[in-house]
Design a protein around this ligand. Structure first.
Ligand code: ZN
Length: 335
């Protein structure tokens, strides 16, 4: 058993409090390999943004749970050294389990140095969701670990999480859920979705140059929830914007992404002004990484050193994370 405090992480409580007051959102970026973590740290130190490093159960299996623990530790040390070298402040970092699906998994993560966990029992009945979430909270809180719960179901596919249809969060359930479980933050469903195909073409309108414009997020539901639990931190999952620029690079270099569409950044910017304190972005990183690798392989077919194509992929990630912190989430300069 190792406490996150020994690894140098913080839980999300202080981050969310400041984000709520300052009307911005903390970025939650997923990682499962070295280039991603290097890019997240570099971008967040250079923009002086607090950050939540996020790991799904699929990523934990992929990277190896033990290695991941030390990658987390390494990330903190890299951040400290980089901040010192550049004469910048150290940034608050949380290590968070994304979509924990069982008490055992949450417990295992907490015991290996996670400072925050999500228990996603949103596909169970309301009563079962409350019971399981409370069980995790009861284990986590004495160890000063924060817990994210979820009400409502997001559509889309991401690692082990998939649902055909979304079910919006019902505002009348949130007071009871938050009170009975004791969670620290709540993921809600207001129209965001996992993956790179967040909406079907028939749900969108199309501009003259063929770009899909998705329907607006349900800000009315968000406002209703804010009225019920004023000042309580809200989380948005599935909030990648799926930039057409990246999709075009992928498809013009042998890729086959069809009808990809995300959440317009303007809508995310609007959400950061509300009680939304954490915004999850995973697909955009996957897309930019794939775009950079495909482009490099297409243009330099003789290269076979992974650093030659993973290096540009890392550069593309750094650029994207900085853009999010500075121009979408408003977290730049808040470390
Ligand atoms: Zn999610």
């Amino acid at each position: 058993m190792i406490s996150y405090k020994e690894l140098g992480f913080v839980n999300t409580r202080g981050m969310f409090k400041k984000a709520m007051e300052g009307k911005y959102a903390i970025p939650a970026y997923n990682f499962n390999n070295m280039e991603q973590i290097q890019a997240i740290i570099t971008a967040c130190v250079e923009t002086q943004s607090p950050v939540i490093l996020q790991v799904s159960s699929g990523a934990r299996k992929y990277a190896n749970a033990t290695l991941l623990q030390y990658m987390g530790k390494g990330a903190v040390e890299m951040m400290k050294n980089m901040a010192q070298e550049k004469g910048l402040r150290e940034i608050p970092m949380a290590l968070h389990l994304d979509h924990g699906d069982s008490f055992e998994l949450c417990k295992s993560c907490i015991e290996s140095g996670f400072s925050s966990v999500m228990i996603d029992a949103s596909h169970h009945s309301f009563e079962e969701n409350i019971a399981l979430t409370k069980k995790v909270v009861d284990y986590a809180h004495p160890l000063d670990v924060t817990v994210e719960g979820e009400l409502g179901v997001l559509a889309g596919i991401e690692d082990d999480v998939s649902a055909e249809k979304s079910t919006y969060t019902q505002p009348e359930e949130v007071i009871e859920f938050v009170k009975k479980t004791g969670v620290d933050s709540l993921a809600i469903s207001i129209g965001t979705s996992h993956g790179a195909n967040k909406f079907k073409p028939e749900q969108c309108t199309k501009t003259a140059d063929g770009v899909y414009v998705p329907p607006e997020l349900r800000f009315d539901i968000l406002e209703e929830i804010e009225r019920k639990i004023a000042g309580f931190p809200i989380v948005l999952h599935g909030s990648s914007s799926v930039p057409m620029e990246a999709v075009k690079i992928i498809n013009s270099n042998g890729g086959a992404l069809k009808d990809a569409v995300g959440i317009p950044e303007e809508q995310l910017r609007k959400a950061t002004k509300s009680a939304v304190c954490k915004i999850n972005i995973d697909s955009d990183g996957r897309l930019w990484m794939t775009a950079a690798i495909r482009k490099h392989m297409n243009e330099k077919p003789a290269d076979f050193d992974p650093r030659k194509y993973l290096g540009p992929a890392r550069e593309a990630l750094i650029k994207m994370y900085k853009h999010k912190n500075e121009h979408v989430l408003g977290s730049a300069g808040k470390a």
